[in-house]
Design a binder for this molecule. Structure first.
Ligand SMILES: NC(=O)c1ccc[n+]([C@@H]2O[C@H](COP(=O)([O-])OP(=O)(O)OC[C@H]3O[C@@H](n4cnc5c(N)ncnc54)[C@H](O)[C@@H]3O)[C@@H](O)[C@H]2O)c1
Length: 340
């Protein structure tokens, strides 16, 4: 099986590559490197003991995509390429709609033209907006998004549903990730944010490494066990294995589009994550409780039953493993891939 991995040089993409190669699947990475470096692929090669085919290009470039699909006969596409910073999407909405929505449109055009109609897409729990009930299952309405990033994922999901309806034999799985964290246990690949991290775990990692002074915990008066926000943190290796399960499912599922949550189903608070990270790194973390952030919700965690029943996938790795692996990556690569 040969699979195109758009955005394959990024955080989640590199972990997917490791699992694909382990399973005997041949990936071809297509990435414009706007948020990644070639070193990440060199690290995947070190872990896997295999060369990884790479083409530098943008998903919005129709000519480059046509050349790519003519050069390879892909059985499926894992579409991870996209911009993902919520705050940046509020400041630069058009960039997000152009990159994420228009980019996916161009990719679908190229796939249709070349008769490759099997797709696994990186969606996000942000498509649910403020959830109506917990845990969140796939039947909950989507679209009441709270930022352009989330809206771009919602619009893409709608476009995929319409495309799957109109395209004979098209098979699409939208994976709605909850909160991917951690790193490969080798410590060779992990999340390498540019500038100040947007997400909690990389921020915590950099506080532990002394690169950032203090963590701000936004609110401890939510209606949760310890008052801090609750999220569904998921080990990135589990997430990558979810992609493998989805790729396998493409070969047996009925034509059409299906959405699947990828989460553990366990809600963990900010303070629980901080305590677990302190245990992993052997030091206490400097943090301060500050006011709530506008737009943040109290709790968000998945109902993972559909993934278990339909994909045969469930998360295996717990919070201690997430923190230990994140710390191994951070402490052995204090400046990320730039250390090389
Ligand atoms: N990390 C998360 O918390 C999270 C949660 C939910 C969904 N997602 C989605 O998963 C996907 C992967 O996320 P990630 O955390 O690995 O992010 P990442 O930024 O590390 O990886 C995305 C990759 O896509 C590439 N890319 C971006 N725009 C491109 C374009 N126009 N053409 C070609 N390549 C392009 C980047 O260079 C990068 O290598 C994204 O679509 C993201 O929205 C991520």
């Amino acid at each position: 099986m040969k699979v195109l991995v758009t955005g394959g040089a990024g955080y989640i993409g590199t972990h997917c590559l490791v699992e694909l190669i382990k399973a005997g699947i041949t990936p071809v990475v297509y990435d414009n490197l706007c948020n990644a470096s070639l070193e990440s692929l060199a690290r995947v090669e070190r872990i896997s003991g295999q060369a990884v085919a790479f083409v530098q290009g943008d998903i919005r470039d129709p000519d480059a995509l046509t050349a790519l699909f003519k050069a390879h006969r892909f059985d499926a596409v894992l579409h991870l390429a996209g911009l993902k910073a919520v705050g940046e999407s509020v400041a630069k909405p058009l960039e997000y709609y152009d990159n994420n929505v228009v980019g996916t449109l161009r990719l679908l055009e190229a796939m249709t033209a070349q008769g490759c109609v099997n797709l696994v897409f990186s969606s996000s729990a942000t498509v649910y907006g403020d959830p109506q009930a917990l845990p969140i299952d796939e039947e909950q309405p989507i679209g009441a998004t709270t930022n352009p990033y989330g809206t771009s994922k919602y619009q893409i999901e709608r476009m995929l549903a319409d495309w799957a309806c109109a395209t004979p034999d098209a098979r699409v799985i939208a994976l709605r990730y909850f909160n991917p964290v951690g790193a490969h246990p080798s410590g060779l690949i992990g999340e390498d944010p540019k500038g100040i991290p947007n997400n909690l775990m990389p921020y915590v990692q950099q506080v532990a490494a002394g690169k950032l002074q203090r963590l701000s915990v936004y609110g401890d008066d939510y209606d949760t066990a310890d008052g801090t926000g609750v999220r569904d943190y998921l080990h990135v290796v589990d997430l990558a294995q979810g992609h493998l399960a989805a790729l396998r499912k493409l070969t047996t599922m009925a034509a059409g589009k299906t959405a699947v949550n990828l989460g553990t189903g366990i809600g963990l608070s900010v303070l629980q994550l901080v305590r677990a990270f302190e245990a992993a790194c052997g030091a206490s973390l400097n943090y301060q409780v500050v006011a709530r952030r506008p737009g943040d919700i109290a709790a968000c965690y998945a109902d993972p039953a559909h993934a278990q029943e339909w994909l045969g996938w469930r998360a295996q790795l717990g919070l201690p493993q997430m923190c230990e692996d994140a710390w191994r990556w951070q402490s052995s690569n204090p400046s990320g891939y730039a250390d090389t």
